[in-house]
Design a protein around this ligand. Structure first.
Ligand SMILES: [Zn+2]
Ligand SMILES: [Zn+2]
Ligand SMILES: [Zn+2]
Length: 929
């Protein structure tokens, strides 16, 4: 269009101050400041409260307050922000109180390292103070990083698990478990990190491959087998076991057999060896036994009650039965150390065996173990093996790589070790059954989450809730000074909770026992009145799982929440502990819907890890491309699966972002002189094409809103991008350009196009605001004012459709599709004409439609739209010869209008405007509004 400046000035060219270049890295921090200074989050809530909107509560799973954000925490927070903002725009009162998990081992370990040797001599309060400072430092860092991502929330009043009010609620929840008789103290094997000297929860364990010894050991049978199996009378017999933990042999108390499996007594070099019959050939080959001769076979249950002698300790080992014995590997005769294994423990309890654990907190053998006392268990493996080799009890030694539990923090292999701990029983008061019922009622997204967590709850052991560390909420338990009987119950929990509510959990360390026990407390066993404090803290998962107290405290009785959303590892962690506490203390699940998202992989699909060197720092992405790119990424991936990120993906996101931004910019440019309250064209006055694009957009609007309601974000971006690319850029905006630029500013045809463009602009900004929060708000400021326009896009709600838009009349859609079919044909012919150099620009063309009678009438009725639709200068409709519409392209007669570049025979005929076409001549005469 017009080249000359004075002619150009007569066109309505797009005008907007909304920059093409996004400069996100510079602009976003400014936006964050503006939102904060303008109390945007509070204002949104005030507006919804004033409209008496139904509350919608997403309860934040607290990230751990150490370290900077990584892509996983960024994804999690951004998904939460999508949910909160979209619910708000769906018309809910949707507060978001972020929280932090402040206590626990990771921070204590960091502080240990910082303090080094000093820590040993420091009072516990000083260590706790150092831990608090460390947590506070990272809360500040993470808070700023989350804000920088554009996440809105109560950032200045978050919940912290180390707040006194929070700590008090944790103990109140614990009191409920005491009340139901579910809390007990017991000696039971738990995962134990010898490096960190503490028990670990299931959720604190990582499985990694580890090399272990693989040994076959024989136990000489003490009992006279001949009494039951005459063929074995007077024979020297052994049972062969296989183990990968030689260090647990000193704690061997039994050998377990499967009651129903068939066992064989086989003769090898004159002696008798007992093992599972099916495994005999495998073991024989492994041990290099030549042709074992089977003397007798019998089911495992026949062996119950016999005894063997321990291979190197003067002790008996009882033959017991257990259903968990498998014939997958080993010998079918299972070495059983009740102090060092969960199954072993249950068997030990069933047979009344000692839960013997001769290993101390550091993983060293106690003086109880002759020959190995003081030796660390993993180091002891080689010694024990060598000793057994020397005395002939070791039949074979090799090494095996297998999946082995490791500490989530220090990454060292852990051991199973029975210690005195506090437990919550899963079954005494039906906690397990009630939790499974609650799981059944929750909506799990994706659906497989339900079976996963149900399986975990069904199979989990009792909850070990005590830890031997300092940085946490102490378990309010005492011991009678006179007789050592423990004193702990619901009343004491509540009494201490009241103290914590004002003084915080430091009170446990600052006050003496007498000032912590309720007045008049006495020992149940001896009536003693003097107590000493125990120094166990609660499992941090109990603490973070208690975060539902925020729903009661800060959100006015909004328990249960509407939704929890975290990574899928939390089925084992926070979801489960929250659920168990909800069921135990409040009678049900604290969430109605539970959503899980995947982990972050690199572009090759490998897990991101520091050791692989393939981690991506979201801070770097933000600096380079903007937080908006991280948000767009979070929206475009299917979060239910693991998500990839890398430089190529980032580049694609930047391109998708540009597409969206430029479309908004184009629309903004074209409505700069459009005053919505004055210029909007009503349904009856809209041109068909404008009405059609609004109908197309209405389908998108309805789908997007449904996607938000269903927590589906990637279809939203695809819908919007598709509409912007295919419907707008490649078609509609191209076709209406001529009308928008060249008509008189106030021409009804132009206002009609502007009505469509304005509606699409305003509504697409609203629809995208939860995702592209920065850009939508930036563009919103450039949208022409209209009655009721909110100062920020985030204050508004999603657009509702005008009734007439909800369904297009059937004939209208069919007609438009027929017309677009004709356009397709014409575009093909235009392309051919360009290739043969008949024309250059499509405006140089005249299109002649040779139409059969039925088409002719249809096209004739729409004649005025056709040249714009084809973007040509002239269209002729002539009767066709055949049954099909034929398209003919020729050079348009006349000359090129200087203003609009259409060809017209009018050019050169007007004395006033000899270089203009008739339409342009009219247009420049019209007064500008
Ligand atoms: Zn550890
Ligand atoms: Zn006592
Ligand atoms: Zn013109």
């Amino acid at each position: 269009m017009a080249d000359k400046p004075d002619v150009k000035a007569t066109l309505n060219l797009p005008r907007t101050a909304f920059a093409m270049k996004a400069s996100l890295a510079q602009k976003e921090p400014e936006a964050v400041k503006t939102w904060e200074a303008g109390r945007l989050y509070e204002k949104i809530l005030e507006k919804r409260a004033a409209a008496r909107r139904t509350p919608f509560i997403l309860h934040d799973g607290p990230p751990y307050a150490n370290g900077h954000l990584h892509m996983g925490t960024a994804l999690n927070k951004v998904l939460k922000d999508f949910i909160v903002k979209s619910r708000s725009m769906l018309g809910y009162y949707a507060p978001y109180i972020p929280g932090w998990d402040c206590h626990g081992l990771p921070i204590e370990i960091h502080v240990d390292r910082q303090l080094g040797g000093k820590k040993k001599d420091m009072p516990v309060m000083a260590v706790r103070e150092a831990c608090r400072e460390y947590a506070e430092k990272f809360i500040d860092i993470q808070r700023n990083e989350f804000k920088r991502l554009g996440v809105l929330g109560a950032w200045e009043t978050p919940y912290l698990t180390m707040h006194p009010a929070y700590e008090a609620k944790v103990l109140e929840y614990l009191a409920a478990f005491f009340e139901h008789g579910e809390v007990y103290k017991g000696k039971r094997p738990v995962h134990w990190c010898i490096h960190d000297r503490t028990a670990l929860a299931e959720a604190e364990i990582e499985y990694k491959d580890k090399m272990s010894p693989s040994i076959y050991v024989r136990f000489p049978v003490l009992s006279d087998l001949g009494a039951k199996f005459p063929v074995l009378r007077g024979r020297r017999a052994y049972v062969v076991i296989w183990t990968t933990t030689p260090w647990t042999l000193p704690a061997n108390m039994a050998i377990a057999f499967h009651p129903e499996s068939e066992y064989a007594a086989a003769e090898i070099e004159g002696d008798v060896y007992i093992m599972a019959k099916r495994l005999l050939p495998v073991v024989a080959e492994e041990l290099g036994w030549p042709a074992p001769k089977v003397l007798a076979t019998f089911p495992g249950r026949e062996l119950e009650g016999f005894k063997a002698r321990h291979p190197f300790i003067d002790r008996e080992s009882l033959f017991v039965l257990a259903d968990y014995v498998t014939l997958e590997d080993g010998t079918g005769a299972v070495h059983t150390a009740p102090g060092h294994g969960h199954d072993d423990y249950l068997t030990g309890i069933a047979y009344g065996l000692d839960i013997y654990t001769p290993v101390d907190d550091d993983g060293r053998f106690t003086p109880d173990v002759p020959g190995y006392a003081g030796l660390q268990v993993f180091e002891a493996n080689a010694r024990i093996t060598a000793d057994m080799k020397r005395d002939g009890t070791l039949l074979k030694e090799s090494a095996i790589a297998h999946s082995y539990p490791h500490c989530w923090r220090c990454k060292n292999p852990v051991i199973f070790r029975a210690t005195e701990q506090w437990f919550i029983s899963m079954d005494k008061d039906g906690l397990r059954a009630k939790a499974r019922e609650a799981i059944d009622r929750v909506c799990w997204i994706p659906e497989w989450g339900k079976d996963r967590i149900d399986g975990m709850v069904a199979g989990r052991p009792d909850w070990c809730i005590s830890r031997q560390r300092s940085w946490g909420v102490p378990i309010p338990a005492f011991k009678c000074q006179a007789c050592g009987t423990p004193l702990a119950d619901a009343g004491i929990c509540r009494h201490v909770a009241a103290i914590f509510a004002t003084e915080g959990s430091n009170a446990w360390f600052l006050r003496d026992a007498a000032s912590l026990v309720p007045p008049g407390a006495s020992c149940a066993a001896c009536g003693g009145k003097d107590f000493e404090k125990e120094y166990n803290i609660l499992d941090v998962w109990f603490e973070s799982g208690s975060s539902q107290n925020v729903l009661e405290r800060d959100l006015g009785h909004s328990w249960p929440s509407d939704v929890y959303i975290e990574g899928h590892d939390q089925h084992r962690g926070w979801f489960q502990s929250s659920l168990l506490i909800g069921v135990g203390a409040k009678g049900g699940s604290p969430f109605r819907t539970c959503i899980t998202h995947g982990f972050i992989l690199d572009e090759q699909g490998r897990a991101m890890s520091k050791s692989m060197g393939n981690t991506i720092d979201p801070g770097e992405v933000i600096k380079r491309s903007g937080a908006e790119i991280v948000r767009l990424w979070a929206a475009m991936l299917n979060y239910k699966e693991d998500a990839r990120f890398g430089p190529e993906i980032e580049q694609r996101l930047v391109e998708a972002y540009r597409k969206i931004r430029n479309t908004w910019r184009f629309l903004l440019g074209n409505v700069s002189d459009f005053a919505p309250d004055r210029d909007t064209v009503d349904e009856a006055g809209l041109l068909d094409l404008d009405r059609w694009i609004l109908h197309r957009f209405e389908e998108v609007r309805a789908r997007v809103i449904k996607s938000y309601a269903d927590y589906e974000f990637h279809p939203i971006i695809h819908d919007i991008l598709d509409f912007f690319t295919v419907d707008l850029s490649a078609f509609y905006l191209d076709v209406v350009k001529d009308r928008a630029y060249c008509s008189a500013a106030d021409a009804p045809a132009r206002r009609s196009a502007q009505t469509a463009m304005f509606t699409i602009l305003r509504d697409s900004l609203l629809l995208m605001a939860p995702i592209l929060s920065f850009t939508a708000d930036e563009a919103w400021a450039h949208v022409p004012d209209f009655e009721g326009k909110d100062p920020s896009v985030h204050l508004d709600e999603f657009p509702a459709a005008s009734d007439w838009l909800k369904s297009a009349p059937a004939g209208f859609v069919a007609d438009m599709e027929r017309l677009l079919g004709v356009r397709e044909k014409v575009l093909k012919e235009l392309e051919k004409a360009r290739e043969s150099k008949l024309i250059g620009n499509s405006l140089e063309a005249r299109v002649t439609l040779r139409a059969p009678a039925a088409d002719a009438a249809f096209l004739e009725a729409r004649r005025s739209d056709l040249s714009a639709l084809f973007i040509v200068s002239q269209v002729e409709i002539e009767p066709g010869a055949g049954p099909e519409l034929a398209v003919e392209i020729s050079q348009a007669p006349g000359a090129k209008c200087e203003r609009c570049w259409n060809y017209s025979t009018h050019v050169g005929t007007s004395p006033d405007r000899p270089t203009f076409c008739a339409r342009c001549e009219e247009a420049v005469k019209a007064p500008r509004p």
